[in-house]
Design a protein around this ligand. Structure first.
Ligand code: FAD
Length: 436
């Protein structure tokens, strides 16, 4: 196993950083147990890190940082059940084409793919779809190394461990492998079009229920939204991907190149933002295409930002958006990023935002060179009035006292943590705050 010292680490959003005492690159489960036992014996802490795509400091450590890249790739495929076991450090962007080559796919995904499977699931990463759960909802088993260096296999036969470990916040152990229930590869027909926000909210229930994956982006300071409906189509349907020219124009030039310039202007001429948002809202034109699921879910994200996202009960969404609109109007904040709204089905994972509740997810973003704090605080107060549960990987200010009231199995999770990591080898300041 190779190790390095004092490598400065920074997350994607440039809002969390660390200088670990040591960086280890384990290649086997035995090497993981060695690192954990040695560190625990000397009172040092250990923290696996994925792609650094969490905005919170959940992956920060001053102890041993574990980079899981060598524990990656498909380890086993069960053709009958579609169950696929992967190394914890497998990146979504590598897994998707590898699954496709096997005729398989993940049932749902978020909107980017650099994350590791262990990082994405540990924080409850999700996509959109009222009948679909977050990525961790597809886990049917996992293996982890506990704080005392034991290797534990977690399956549905042990409901306590299974309830706790699928979204474990990196607090229970080092996940070394994960098994997912995959589905046959599927094509999605994507339909994107601008709409007025009032019309979206007026027809919300039907649009959420009638589409496999429904989401929309609302441009603050305006009444405009971009609506995306992705629906599964029969296998025999002709694949009609976006043309390269259209992809370059919409996804690279407009959504990244022009949007980066808009944001740079916004840092100096903040009063221009409402007008620029109005232009962006009008500039987006309708488009339709059909492609493999993972090609449709993913969009390039080159404009760097900070993000907060809360899950709220679905029925509260119109009221929450009206309150956010009123807050933005009443404040002198200018917001150049659209507010992203998605939906997901309830699950039974104790620390998942989807635990026992059908949610709408509302995400707010701010350009990385603009101070996000006042905007996020203003909006977070609105989410708090509606039993909001924050995404573990996205900025928020809640602590254990409040979170205990949001998660019915919070204390049960704490008991499992006491059992698997009694000496808090995997703790850090973020976990101290959110778990106590
Ligand atoms: C541009 C961008 C787009 C995003 N889009 C979405 C989206 O569509 N939907 C959504 O829900 N989220 C989204 N996110 C958030 C992101 O998916 C999560 O924060 C996710 O955790 C990042 O995965 P990662 O591999 O980078 O993990 P990291 O951020 O590096 O780590 C996250 C946590 O996982 C733990 N961890 C990592 N590996 C292991 C392991 N082997 N064992 C135990 N614990 C481990 C870490 O210790 C840490 O606690 C986005 C983030 C960005 C920056």
């Amino acid at each position: 196993m190779s190790t390095t010292t004092t490598a400065r680490w920074t997350n994607w959003g440039r809002c969390a950083s660390a200088t670990p005492a040591r960086v280890a690159h384990p290649r086997t489960v035995d090497e993981v147990t060695d690192v954990v036992r040695t560190a625990a014996a000397s009172g040092q802490r250990v923290k696996p890190v994925g792609a650094g795509h969490s905005f919170t400091s959940i992956a920060v450590t001053d102890g041993v940082q574990l980079r899981m890249d060598a524990l990656s790739g498909i380890q086993h495929v069960d053709r009958e059940t579609g169950h696929v076991t992967v190394g914890a450090g497998t990146r979504l962007r590598d897994l998707n084409p590898a699954l496709h080559a096997l005729g398989l796919a993940l049932p749902n995904m978020g909107d980017v793919d650099p994350q590791t499977m262990s990082g994405a699931t540990s924080t409850g990463t999700h996509g959109t779809g009222a009948q679909l759960q977050g990525i961790a909802g597809a886990i049917v088993g996992l293996q982890l190394v506990t704080g005392e260096g034991s290797v534990v296999t977690v399956t549905p036969d042990d409901p306590e461990l299974f309830g706790a470990a699928r979204v474990g916040l990196g607090a229970l152990g080092v996940v070394t492998a994960l098994t997912f229930a995959c589905v046959p590869s599927f094509l999605l027909h994507a339909r994107e079009e601008p709409m007025l926000l009032g019309d979206v909210l007026g027809g919300l229930d039907a649009m959420v229920e009638d589409n496999d994956h429904f989401e929309f982006y609302w441009f603050p300071h305006t009444d405009r939204a971009l609506v995306k409906r992705n629906n599964r189509v029969p296998e025999a349907t002709e694949r009609k991907p976006l043309s390269r020219a259209r992809f370059l124009l919409d996804d690279e030039i407009m959504s990244n190149g022009v949007f980066e310039m808009v944001n740079r202007v916004a840092t100096r001429q903040r009063s221009w933002v409402p007008r620029l948002n109005g232009i962006s809202g009008r500039a987006l034109s309708a488009r339709e295409y059909t492609d493999w699921s993972y090609e449709v879910f993913i969009s390039p994200r080159r404009v760097r930002f900070r993000e907060m996202e809360y899950a709220i009960p679905r029925a509260a969404l119109p009221e929450v958006l009206r309150a956010v609109d009123a807050w933005v109007d009443a404040s002198d904040e200018t917001v150049s990023f659209p507010v992203e709204v998605r939906f997901a089905a309830p699950d039974d994972i104790w620390m998942s935002t989807g635990y026992d509740r059908a949610n709408a997810y509302v995400a707010v973003h701010q350009y990385h060179q603009i101070d996000y704090r006042r905007y996020f605080e203003g909006v977070e107060a609105i989410f708090q009035e509606h039993e909001g549960r924050p995404h573990w990987g996205k900025l928020h200010t809640l602590d254990a006292d409040v979170l205990r009231t949001r998660y019915p199995r919070f204390d049960d999770f704490a008991s499992v943590r006491d059992r698997l990591d009694p000496h808090r080898t995997f703790a850090n300041a973020y976990l101290d705050r959110v778990l106590g």
